[in-house]
Design a protein around this ligand. Structure first.
Ligand code: NAI
Ligand code: AKG
Length: 539
């Protein structure tokens, strides 16, 4: 039975979904340090929100754990590269809390504009002051939206409904698209900031967006402007914002997210004037929490029970129907990778894959990942799989290139691979016969019809009479059965290649005897999985 660790507070609807799917639930929110590590290792998958910081050390030895689902959007509390390196899929649930985060932004905007929190606190302390808390209308004011993704769009739409003018900034939103939605655009922050009365940020936290709004940017804004951050702590520099509020060069701020959460006592925002703070409540509605809990639980159940991958931030989506359709080709691609790893001499620099005929329209990224996994798994001790193969190749300086050509040649579908090393280039191409039988149809310049399973003895030779009999006799003498045999040649009497599929590993002595033949120039033993034997990540 698969086991799922719930490492954060999760709505019961998600937990019930997992239990109903027949998954064992280890519901222990709040675990930390070694306890959390042990619980992750013992689970097949983990569900979390933003609380646990799943840093690289949690993925050093992930044990059984193959997937993490974030019940929410931001995955900045998960070291995704570290998870990827260990082959752990990281998925999130974008969309489930979009409306809640947008509504919370609007709530902060209005609370700031009308000074509601401070008026409320004053009244509860016995005061009644109708002059001190004069606010500002938002209608007719300009809202700058940085990041016009899911949440940014919902905020902008609501702002428009309140008659605000919206200026958007997002590298993926063209001026034409923004105009269609009724918004203006700015070329960059410097152009936008002097124009806005309210600024709201809806970008993920990353290297480009850390301290996106610092002292210089705040200095470009009107003294009457207000800043909202419902995205991530650190996108607005906390010390710079606190200083600008204290100096009165910014009129107000609404902040939901902080560099350290829970907020630390010396966070300068706690003492800043004209600021409304909420403890990361953007997604804290019944609706959002139910949505993300159900979505995260469904993602994990589908992953564990059906092999489906959706919403992954570190691999291409795979659904069971698509996987079933391409599974034999994924198997072919991995076997070609394993073959190339054993015949290529020297350090691999580049692998180029060409998908021909019907394969051109398939999930080629998946097949390329499978080929790369085969190419690497022969040499790497770490578990290589579809998730981490391309990253592991990149880390080793191996370039992986793919191209497609729908033109059919001799085969309806063909996967042609070339591996370039410091010593030369090796070519291997394969196809499926009858949509399921994996076949090698080209090795180097030679055409053939070979099997890609078990132990292969590959020998380069001159095409002379009696040579095949010579090799056959050697293996007969050493009591190694030959299951299959194929020969490829360019012209009679010229250079040729032979491949024997042996029922077991050939003894060293037999190989030495084969090599001794004057017309045999090279012998390589290649070990491949048995026919139908799939890696765990494909089984
Ligand atoms: N406070 C809370 O409880 C919540 C916070 N969030 C935060 O909100 C963020 C945004 O969420 P979504 O809208 O769902 O993400 P999204 O991926 O739909 O949108 C992000 C947008 O930011 C844009 N972007 C990235 N870098 C940019 C830059 N330097 N300048 C301008 N635009 C840039 C992207 O092109 C994209 O359109 C999440 O990453 C998460 O950190 C999300 C949900 C709840
Ligand atoms: O889980 C939460 O409450 C936080 C939501 C959030 O920040 C996100 O989805 O990125």
């Amino acid at each position: 039975m698969s086991r799922v660790l719930i490492a954060d507070k999760l709505e019961t609807a998600g937990i019930e979904l997992l239990a109903a799917a027949g998954v064992e639930v280890d519901n222990r929110p709040g675990l930390k340090g070694d306890e959390l590590k042990a619980a992750i290792r013992a689970a097949d998958a983990v569900i979390c929100r933003s609380q646990p910081k799943l840093t690289a050390e949690f993925f050093d030895e992930p044990g059984k754990c193959r997937a993490v689902a974030r019940a929410g959007v931001g995955v900045d509390n998960i070291d995704v590269p570290a998870a990827t390196r260990k082959g752990v899929v990281v998925m999130n649930t974008p969309g489930g809390n979009t409306v809640s985060a947008a509504e919370h932004t609007i709530a902060l905007l209005l609370a700031l504009a009308r000074r509601i929190p401070v008026a409320d606190a004053t009244m509860k302390a016995g005061g009644w002051d109708r002059n001190k808390f004069v606010g500002t209308e938002v209608a007719g004011k300009t809202l700058g939206v940085v990041g016009l993704g899911r949440i940014g769009r919902e905020v902008a739409r609501r702002a428009k409904a309140m008659d605000m003018r919206v200026i958007a900034l997002d590298p993926f939103v063209t001026a034409a698209k923004a105009a269609e939605l009724g918004y203006e655009t700015a070329a960059n922050l410097d152009e936008m900031l002097p124009k806005v009365d309210f600024l709201t940020l809806h970008v993920p936290l990353g290297q480009d967006t850390k301290s996106l709004i610092g002292a210089r940017e705040l200095g470009l804004m009107k003294k009457t402007a207000r800043v909202l951050n419902v995205a991530r702590g650190g996108i607005v520099d906390e010390a710079a914002l606190a200083a600008a509020l204290a100096a009165g060069t910014i009129a107000g701020a609404g902040v939901d997210v902080f560099t350290a959460e829970p907020i630390v006592a010396d966070n300068p925002l706690l003492k800043a004037p004209n600021i409304v703070l909420t403890p990361h409540l953007g997604a804290s509605t019944l609706e959002a929490q139910e949505n993300v809990a159900i979505e995260a639980a469904q993602l994990i159940a589908d992953f564990l029970l059906k092999g489906q991958v959706a919403n992954a931030v570190n691999m291409a989506a795979v659904n069971p129907a698509e996987l079933a359709q391409v599974r034999p080709y994924v198997d072919l691609a991995r076997r070609l990778g394993l073959l190339q790893a054993q015949i290529a001499q020297g350090a691999v620099r580049k692998a180029s894959l060409t998908y021909r005929g019907e394969l051109a329209g398939q999930k080629t990224r998946l097949l390329t990942a499978a080929f790369t996994a085969g190419l690497l798994e022969y040499r790497l001790s770490d578990g290589v799989n579809l998730v981490n193969a391309e990253l592991l190749a990149r880390e080793r300086g191996i370039e992986i290139a793919e191209s497609s050509s729908p033109k059919k040649g001799d085969f309806a579908a063909l996967l042609h691979t070339e591996v370039e090393t410091e010593q030369g280039t090796t070519v291997a191409a394969g196809t499926l016969f009858g949509d399921q039988y994996v076949r090698l149809v080209q090795l180097g310049p030679f055409r053939m019809e070979g099997y890609l399973d078990g132990v292969l003895l590959v020998f380069r030779h001159r095409d002379v009479p009696g040579l095949i009999g010579f090799v056959g006799t050697i293996f007969g003498t050493h009591k190694v059965n030959i299951a299959q045999m194929t020969v490829g040649r360019q012209a009679p009497g010229g250079e040729a290649i032979g491949i024997l599929n042996l029922d077991g590993p050939p003894p060293e002595q037999a190989i030495a005897e084969v090599k001794a033949h004057p017309q045999i120039s090279a012998v390589t033993v290649v070990k491949l999985p048995a026919a139908g034997e799939l890696p765990t990540w494909l089984g």
